[in-house]
Design a protein around this ligand. Structure first.
Ligand code: ZN
Ligand code: ZN
Length: 292
């Protein structure tokens, strides 16, 4: 029986988390020093449930153990147990995958990923640590544009503009299923990484969207990189083609997640944060509960 769906943002940060271990940018410095209004963030993941008993982790963050520890609903209910019934990967990036290797203590779960993401995973011998016995981690191929049931949640993946993970660039051709957005229970649209905001997110009361960068040239301005947002396949929040403008007409809760540590919306009261909020957007945080 389908109950009330809810999501918990386990990790609202992009790759590198907040603070990032090797970053001395103004945001990372402020959160590291514990300045008021700055919240530390682990890397991207959300837990979704419809029955409150079985949970789907969307992405397996390097912070997964801490995320489970601070989320009571994900605690074991008996001597050897986890409510985590499945993990779904939205792409093969390390910030979405590395947590899998912290979940290897012989608890059976389904691992859903597209063919492209699976082919990347299976190039690594490490994946064998999740195959300790028959039925340990069950390989599930996530199809595009077709509904599948994951822990009782009707789930549909759609290709999202993106790219292959850094470690596979030059080793595999780009495919549409390198990066997906997920429709969960028809209620939540999860698009943690998206290179364009010209995407159809309609029909969902809650949209969790790529909030990696506020500006296209955010890293360049800070002197941290020559790469712009597009090079990393993330559409920025601001600008004419940014997600704030493009999603303005969407009548849904619009919640930014996968927020990079350089993003000015992470500071307590900057104009950028106000711009998001006055346009009806929300900034997610670790532990945010989202009824849907
Ligand atoms: Zn990511
Ligand atoms: Zn930083």
């Amino acid at each position: 029986m389908r109950g009330a769906m809810r999501a918990t943002v386990l990790g609202s940060g992009a790759g590198g988390a907040f603070p990032q271990w090797n970053c001395g940018c103004p945001n990372c410095t402020a959160v590291r020093e514990g300045r008021e209004g700055y919240l530390a963030r682990t890397q991207d993941s959300v837990a979704v449930t419809e029955d409150g008993d079985r949970f789907v982790l969307v992405n397996a963050s390097p912070g997964v153990l801490v995320q489970i520890q601070r989320t009571r609903a994900l605690w074991p209910r008996s001597a050897r147990h986890s409510p985590i019934a499945a993990v779904v990967l939205t792409n093969g990036d390390m910030d979405h995958v590395l947590g899998l290797f912290s979940l290897r203590e012989s608890w059976p779960f389904e691992l859903w990923a597209t063919e492209s993401v699976w082919s990347g995973l299976e190039q690594s011998l490490f994946i064998r640590t999740l195959r300790r016995f028959d039925g340990h981690v069950t390989k599930k191929v996530l199809p595009l544009d077709e509904e599948v049931s994951i822990a009782g949640i009707p789930t549909r993946a759609r290709a999202a503009p993106g790219k292959a993970p850094v470690h596979l660039v030059g080793h595999a051709d780009h495919r549409p299923d390198d990066n997906v957005m997920l429709s969960l229970g028809g209620k939540i649209l999860y698009a943690a990484a998206c290179a364009s905001a010209d995407v159809d997110v309609s029909g969902h009361p809650v949209v969790l969207f790529d909030g990696t960068f506020y500006r296209e040239d955010e890293l360049v301005r800070l002197g941290l990189s020559k790469a712009v947002a597009k090079d990393m396949a993330h559409v920025p929040i601001s600008g004419e083609t940014g997600s704030l403008a493009k999603l303005a007409g969407v009548s849904a809760r619009k919640i930014y997640t996968h927020i990079n540590n350089t993003n000015p919306v992470l500071a307590p009261t900057p104009e950028e944060r106000r711009a998001v909020e006055s346009a009806g957007g929300e900034i997610s945080y670790d532990g945010m509960e989202i009824p849907a």
